[in-house]
Design a protein around this ligand. Structure first.
Ligand SMILES: CC(C)(COP(=O)(O)OP(=O)(O)OC[C@H]1O[C@@H](n2cnc3c(N)ncnc32)[C@H](O)[C@@H]1OP(=O)(O)O)[C@@H](O)C(=O)NCCC(=O)NCCS
Length: 397
């Protein structure tokens, strides 16, 4: 008889096996280097009849929302071995993770889906983006003045880490990175580590950084050269983009072009003298509200938005979120309380996820059926409350 599946973490001795199952799920059974990059504490598994029937890897980095950091989790990978698929195990594993996060006081969890339909069944929705841009080096500004560019040794990143800490609060959706993220961006331990540049002001204070990989390609005649410069990560104080770009202008005659992931619109658009950049791809990340009330109360709101809106939530995956809620907005804050009356508005947890980050307009979510029964004034209030910068993260996971 099949017992109720067990949810648990793994022992160090099981890490290779869990990593191998993950790679099998993703169709990369020979990726031995994957196991090397994992730690046992990140894994959660579902076990049935003594066998692992679904596995995920998660991280717990805080995320910045309009200048305030809230605890958050990231599902890095999830897989159900082929022989156990379509039995509900993946959904149960995610549901159990969300219960764990709720108990740990983590109000949101995000991921990059390869199968959004699967994640939607447990309340995830698209809530932010990665936009990938390209510009040919010949279009970049040639002078970095008044800034200077300095090359850093890969183990000399301290000024970059300090600058990131200063700048990340202004990234709506930015992750509070740990050392592992920096090691990933610097390609530590790989045959070709990143080249690291620091941008400095005249007084030598750091104002920007750039971690790049040079990827020479096949030139297409009549072009004699082709050189892709992949920006693995970069950032600067507002307005210093020209300095970073100028550091790459010299590759223009070598067929150089720069590729990076950034917000939309990207400040680079305003640092170039014409519309030289092109967006070549856009991907979206998903968010799940684990603790609806804590998440909405945790992020800031525009100062002048006052009012209240009530709605009913049905949430089978996170039943503690279900019920009738009243959200009171004022003084740059929101408070959510249970209400005894039955509101006309109904909100799907997925719609609330896309609203929480300001990714989608409430009218769009209403048209998609994720907000229902709200009056025009209530939708207007929600629009004002959730207006703001478009959410994005520089970290692709
Ligand atoms: C995607 C994956 C994790 C699903 O695992 P699973 O254990 O088979 O999923 P479940 O049985 O729990 O499915 C839960 C729900 O998602 C739906 N679903 C699952 N896979 C789906 C897919 N590929 N497309 C659409 N819906 C899907 C199921 O129909 C089910 O819906 P229901 O509740 O309405 O019946 C599994 O197919 C897998 O490991 N794929 C390869 C790795 C991968 O893509 N991982 C996710 C990307 S990060």
């Amino acid at each position: 008889m099949t017992m109720e599946p067990t949810y648990r973490g793994i022992e160090e001795a099981e890490r290779e096996q869990a990593a191998a199952l993950m790679m099998l799920g993703f169709g990369h059974p020979h990726r031995a280097d994957y196991a090397r990059r994992t730690v046992a504490e990140e894994f959660r598994v579902l076990e049935a009849d003594g066998e692992i029937v679904s596995v995920l890897r998660q991280a717990r980095l805080a995320q910045w929302w309009l200048g305030r950091a809230l605890p958050s989790a990231q599902v890095l990978q999830l897989a159900t071995p082929p022989e156990h698929r379509a039995r509900g195990y993946g959904a149960v594993l995610l549901g159990r993770l969300m219960a764990e996060l709720y108990d740990d006081g983590v109000p949101t969890v995000t991921l990059r889906p390869s199968t959004a339909a699967f994640y939607r069944t447990v309340g995830f929705e698209f809530a932010g983006s990665w936009s990938v841009y390209q510009v040919r080096c010949e279009h970049l500004p040639r002078s970095a003045a008044p800034w200077r560019v300095r090359r850093l040794a890969p183990d000399g990143l301290e000024p970059v880490l300090g600058l990131y800490e200063r700048l990340v609060p202004a990234r709506h959706g930015g992750l509070a990175r740990d050392r592992r993220w920096w090691r990933r961006f610097t390609r530590e331990g790989l045959p070709e580590p990143a080249t690291c540049f620091l941008l400095e002001a005249e007084d030598s204070s750091p104002v920007g950084w750039m971690l790049v990989a040079f990827e020479p390609g096949m030139a297409v005649p009549p072009e004699p050269f082709s050189n892709r410069i992949e920006v693995l990560d970069w950032g600067c104080v507002p307005g210093a983009e020209r300095g970073l770009l100028a550091a790459l202008a010299g590759w223009g005659p070598l067929g150089g072009y720069v590729q990076w992931s950034g917000p939309d619109p990207d400040p680079v658009l305003f640092a170039l003298d014409d519309e030289h950049l092109s967006m070549i791809a856009r991907y979206h990340w998903m968010l799940r509200l684990v603790d609806l009330a804590a998440a909405f109360a945790g992020r800031p709101y525009p100062a002048g938005v006052d009012g209240e809106v009530s709605f009913t939530v049905q949430d089978t995956a996170c039943p503690w979120n279900a019920g009738h809620w009243r959200m009171v907005l004022g003084g740059g804050k929101a408070e959510l309380d249970r209400t005894g009356s039955v509101p006309a508005g109904r909100a799907d947890p997925r719609g609330l996820a896309a609203l929480f980050t300001g990714f989608a307009d409430p009218e769009v979510l209403a048209a998609a059926g994720m907000l229902d029964g709200f009056g025009g004034a209530e939708l207007g209030l929600l629009r004002a409350a959730f207006a703001g910068p478009r959410p994005w993260t520089a970290e692709f996971y």
